[in-house]
Design a protein around this ligand. Structure first.
Ligand code: NI
Length: 277
């Protein structure tokens, strides 16, 4: 017997064939000023096989704008939340509004959230407080969290493990850069691991070694547009969703599978985590 996975949603049915011909950019900052003229980038994305994109937010205002984009473009869905580098500017009412917004149609995730020790924009305690708010809201709504971590991966895993005692930790480590032990810990919690353009860089051996070993049912791809453009376009700005195809191609070679196999795996994973559309 041949097992054929199909995904039903709102009357659409996607076959394995279609999954293999579609890439999901699971993390793009589409409201960024570098992507103001969005339509040409969306057209290029479609031409490159990037059939679905998640617009990720960093503030309340950005969350609202992501939802406006979703209302205008069928291929988009939104993540709403407050980034660790923006959380200290947020008012208490901002968070209350995020809690309301996340129930709106078109929202598939919370974030981005997490912890950042590279930029000292926001005091650590406030970052931890907001990270925990997103994790609590994720447990309440079943929406996955999109987790950012920079120069504090162990502390981030520590909080995820602590929170796992309160309920399931459902989400993704976005633009993952290591180390291996943190990948292992997150996988053990049931999380997904997403790779952005950085994995394609020559000096990214550690990230590449990790990416080669992530189980096929836990790996995702993203651009993190408009930053970190993948090779061979490294350094060019802006990065945009179509270019996720280069990251996918690089990862496929690294993992010894064809592009279409990795497209099928990562698209099925994205739909399992975020719901399909
Ligand atoms: Ni991001």
């Amino acid at each position: 017997m041949i097992a054929v996975s199909v995904y039903y949603n709102a009357g659409t049915l996607l076959s394995v064939f279609e999954l293999a011909n579609m890439i999901v950019d699971t993390h793009a900052h589409l409201t960024d000023k570098n992507l103001t003229e969005l339509q040409p980038f969306l057209t290029q994305a479609r031409e490159a096989g990037v059939g679905r994109i998640i617009a990720i937010a960093t503030t309340l205002e950005d969350s609202r704008q992501c939802l406006e984009l979703v209302a205008r473009h069928d291929e988009l869905r939104a993540a709403v939340g407050i980034h660790p580098n923006n959380c200290c500017q947020a008012k208490e009412s901002d968070w209350e509004e995020i809690v309301g917004l996340c129930r709106e149609e078109g929202v598939v995730a919370l974030g981005e959230t997490g912890l950042d020790k590279y930029w000292d924009d926001c005091p650590w305690e406030i970052q931890v407080d907001y990270f925990k708010r997103h994790l609590r809201l994720s447990r309440e709504t079943s929406l996955p969290v999109v987790v950012h971590t920079r120069e504090c991966a162990e502390e981030t895993l520590g909080i995820l493990m602590e929170e796992a005692g309160l309920g399931p930790v459902n989400g993704v480590m976005h633009s993952f850069t290591g180390p291996q032990a943190v990948a292992d810990g997150c996988l053990e919690l049931g999380m997904y691991i997403s790779f952005a353009g950085m994995v394609t860089f020559k000096n990214a051996k550690e990230i590449q070694e990790i990416a080669a070993q992530i189980p096929e049912d836990r790996i995702l791809v993203e651009t993190d547009s408009p930053y970190l453009t993948p090779a061979p376009h490294r350094g060019k700005r802006p990065n945009h969703p179509a270019l996720v195809a280069y990251t996918l191609e690089f990862l496929a070679e690294l993992r010894g599978v064809s592009k279409s196999v990795l497209a099928e795996q990562t698209t099925a994973n994205a739909f399992r985590l975020f719901g399909n559309w």
